[in-house]
Design a protein around this ligand. Structure first.
Ligand code: GNR
Ligand code: NI
Length: 167
């Protein structure tokens, strides 16, 4: 297992659309395990491969309080979105920033699991929000893209300032 460094907004590498994976082999399983370890340590409830500078359509999620219910999504596709819900979101690639975002309240998602088998699941609440947030990462999209230009400018200035302090 290995911890992977997380890219931070506005790193342009977060904007590249990630490429589909041909299948789940040993290398993809290793990536899933390293991403899960990185997500648990961060700590976060989801992580998409582009956040650790791997341009592949791979996601891990765990919204359980016990941190013992990992979900694996390889080549995920959201096949149905219904309703609208607003939730406060954060992102490991946009540290210390939390803002409300509107998304579909319920989704249906199809993906390959860690075993390479295709599966489909329904999600609502925090899980639905998290999966949509992670699939956005695969398409080069960040939750700050849903905010106003004014809010985004304030966020960039705040993160710049934090970076100048820590560098
Ligand atoms: O840890 C995370 N929490 C979170 C909270 C509300 C909505 C989405 C998220 S995902 C985020 C981890 C992350 O950045 N995943 O890409
Ligand atoms: Ni994120």
């Amino acid at each position: 297992m290995a911890m992977l460094p997380i890219l931070h907004y506005p790193d342009p590498r977060l904007r590249n659309p990630a490429l589909p994976v041909a299948g789940v082999d040993e290398a993809i399983r290793q990536l899933l395990d390293d991403m899960l370890e990185t997500m648990y340590a961060a700590p976060g409830i989801g992580l998409a491969a582009p956040q650790v500078n791997v341009s592949k359509r791979v996601i891990v999620v765990d919204i359980s309080d016990e941190r013992n219910a990992p979900l694996y999504f390889v080549n995920p596709e959201i096949t149905l979105r219904t309703g609208v819900e607003e939730m406060e979101e954060g992102c490991l690639s946009v540290p210390t920033i939390y803002e409300p975002v509107q998304r579909a309240a319920r989704i249906q998602v199809r993906a390959l699991g860690r075993d390479g088998q295709a599966y489909e699941m329904a999600a609502d609440g925090l899980l639905a929000v998290c999966i949509q947030h992670e699939v956005d990462h695969l398409d080069g999209k960040l939750f700050v893209d849903y905010l106003s230009e004014l809010k985004r400018r304030r966020i960039r200035r705040k993160l710049d300032k934090q970076r100048r302090k820590t560098l």
